[in-house]
Design a protein. Structure first.
Length: 148
């Protein structure tokens, strides 16, 4: 089942009151999520859906922007597209996993066996192929954060 959502204007910056590092504490399974997607409409919709689930979401549209945001804030999870304007989600995951030990979900239109293998090799914990519905994403998040 795929959910069709109307297009909305993506908000700029952070969503749902994302606070400075160390000031926010996880409550009832809420996560600090770095969401990286170059399609502004998809980025906005996904951020809203995740925020409504209680997660604190920071948004980026490029590798550079994501790395800049990650420098100053701690995250529990990266959810990233693979094809980005200034690089790849693979590069981003490698950088964040190496420095921060961050867990990650690749969310991409690339779904061939080779793409999935590259995702795991880059350090992503799982790979979802678009289109993805909210139930699939929630299940993937639960699996990834349950693995210690």
């Amino acid at each position: 089942m795929t959910v069709a959502l109307p297009r909305v204007t993506a908000p700029s910056g952070h969503v749902s009151g994302f606070e400075a590092p160390g000031q926010w504490q996880r409550v009832d399974g809420a996560l600090r999520i770095l969401l990286v997607e170059d399609d502004k409409s998809t980025l906005g919709v996904m951020a809203r859906l995740l925020s409504k689930r209680g997660h604190h979401v920071a948004m980026a549209s490029t590798v550079h922007e994501a790395l800049t945001i990650a420098e100053g804030e701690g995250f529990d999870l990266l959810i990233s597209d693979l094809g980005l304007p200034d690089g790849t989600g693979y590069e981003l995951m490698r950088a964040l996993r190496q420095v921060r030990g961050l867990k990650g979900i690749a969310l991409s239109g690339y779904g061939m066996e080779e793409d999935i293998r590259l995702s795991y090799n880059a350090g992503f914990d799982t790979h979802l192929t678009k289109p993805v519905n909210l139930k699939m994403l929630e299940a993937a998040i639960a699996r990834v954060v349950a693995v210690h």
